[in-house]
Design a protein around this ligand. Structure first.
Ligand SMILES: Cc1cc2nc3c(=O)[nH]c(=O)nc-3n(C[C@H](O)[C@H](O)[C@H](O)COP(=O)(O)OP(=O)(O)OC[C@H]3O[C@@H](n4cnc5c(N)ncnc54)[C@H](O)[C@@H]3O)c2cc1C
Length: 417
């Protein structure tokens, strides 16, 4: 069996692995040619995802010198639903919907253009550590390196190299369908719908309908996200998704695909000597299940750690876990976690009608979704109104305090730089 020597091996060529590779090529040009990305599939590969790129994700892409060279749906309108209540948030270009297989293939092309080698169809079966090096095994050979980056998603093997720590269990199911009459003029208006009605039956999450251009064909990605630890009724997530589709008169025979993951946890170690975790392997947004922006942000921090490690010849990566926790990314995810704990499943019943009734609040929520700066006075209105919503949903006093703190933090750190 052949053994090859590199300085950095990145396992997985999704957004997190590609971001790590691109930032490594920028921050440590001496590692170009000595870094390899190993990916078990061949791009473009299928990926269960709604393809929603938030303003933060777009900002992070721009920082990587990339633009969206592919068809996308520009979103100007976010419709929130809870049973028969409806809140419409109008905000030009607050999000873009892409096809994940094309988006990831675009990132891989950018990595190759930066002269970092990507080996596709190369599945990692084992990661080991010995004598100041790590060794990564695939069916065709062995790779020895100083650093291995685990970018192989929430179900990959790299996170198993670290002690297991509770992550917040998340589940997402999605289906790709043609446009249906119940979708109305979503494409013309650039509108996505996020329906929280499933919370009424104890399923903590939401059903989405995202208009999604496949080349020039108008299609929809629909699905359900669910935060399992917040559910008061377990089990029938698929049933809740079908109920959400029926509310739009959609009966689909298309295949439903699922993805499971874990939300970020502050105390969970994300590194050990010679290993760093990024993206879903490290943990995504526990409130929304969103993870593309997070994956891009993790990649940059990992590359900064790698640059510092080679400069100091110290590969302990002791500072990585606290660095993530202190970063805008970590603080934002923790704020989302605190909100999610109290928001699901009782909050939407009050929040959606309140947002519908209050123009200032709609503006604030739009600002937050678009990642705009929220100044202190406007933040006060947001905090009071949302806190009022949650008060009606009757979380306990300790939860209330956490929510207030979380909201202030979320508003402060709504921009992931
Ligand atoms: C139903 C659903 C809808 C979602 N919708 C959105 C959304 O609208 N917006 C959003 O921001 N996020 C969304 N997400 C989350 C988003 O898809 C993930 O957070 C994101 O893909 C994380 O990127 P990553 O690079 O960490 O992992 P991945 O994208 O999973 O990439 C990991 C890569 O590693 C490879 N790999 C795995 N194991 C190995 C191995 N042993 N050897 C080699 N390669 C390996 C995989 O093939 C894959 O290419 C959704 C998730 C789900 C489940």
């Amino acid at each position: 069996m052949r053994t090859e020597h590199y300085e950095v091996v990145i396992v997985g060529a999704g957004p997190a692995g590609c971001s790590t590779a691109l930032w490594t090529s920028r921050l440590c040009p001496h590692l170009i040619g000595r870094t390899v990305v190993l990916e078990r599939c061949r791009h473009p590969r299928p990926k269960v995802c709604a393809g929603g790129l938030t303003a933060q994700a777009l900002r992070l892409l721009a920082q990587m010198g990339l633009s969206l060279n592919m068809p996308y749906t520009q979103i100007n309108h976010i419709r929130l639903l809870f049973e028969n209540h409806r809140a419409d948030i109008l905000r030009p270009d607050c999000m873009r919907v892409i096809r994940r297989e094309r988006f990831d293939a675009m990132l891989v092309d950018a990595v190759k253009a930066a002269n970092i080698e990507v080996r596709e169809g190369e599945e990692v079966s084992e990661i080991g550590f010995a004598r100041g090096m790590c060794e990564v095994r695939t069916a065709s050979g062995r790779y020895r390196a100083r650093v291995v980056v685990g970018a192989d998603g929430s179900r990959g093997l790299s996170h198993r190299c670290l002690p297991e720590y509770a992550r917040y269990p998340l589940v997402g199911l999605s289906v790709d369908t043609p446009a249906c009459p119940g979708d109305g003029d979503d494409f013309e208006k650039g509108r996505v719908t996020v329906d929280f009605s499933c919370n009424a039956s104890g399923v903590a999450g939401y059903v989405w309908h995202f208009p999604s251009l496949d080349g020039t064909e108008r299609r929809y990605n629909r699905g359900i996200f669910c935060s399992l630890s917040q559910c008061t009724k377990r089990g029938d997530i698929r049933g809740a998704m079908y109920a959400g589709l029926r509310r739009r008169d959609i009966e689909t025979g298309e295949k439903i695909r699922g993805g499971y993951g874990g939300g970020y946890h502050k105390r969970r170690p994300l590194s050990r000597p010679h290993l760093l975790l990024v993206g879903d392997a490290a943990g995504g947004n526990p409130l929304t299940g969103e993870g593309i922006a997070q994956a891009l942000a993790y990649g940059r921090m990992a590359a900064e750690e790698i640059a510092a490690a080679f400069a100091r010849r110290d590969f302990s990566f002791r500072s990585y876990t606290p660095r993530v926790a202190r970063s805008d990314l970590g603080r934002n995810m923790l704020a989302c976690l605190s909100m999610g704990r109290s928001f699901y499943p009782r909050g939407p019943a009050v929040a959606v009608p309140s947002i519908a009734a209050d123009r200032a609040l709609r503006k604030q929520v739009g600002d937050l979704l678009a990642g705009a700066d929220v100044d202190a006075s406007r933040r006060g209105i947001l905090t009071r109104t949302l806190a009022g919503c949650l008060m009606h949903a009757r979380p306990g006093p300790r939860d209330m305090w956490k929510i207030l703190k979380a909201m202030l933090r979320k508003a402060d750190h709504s921009q992931m730089r």
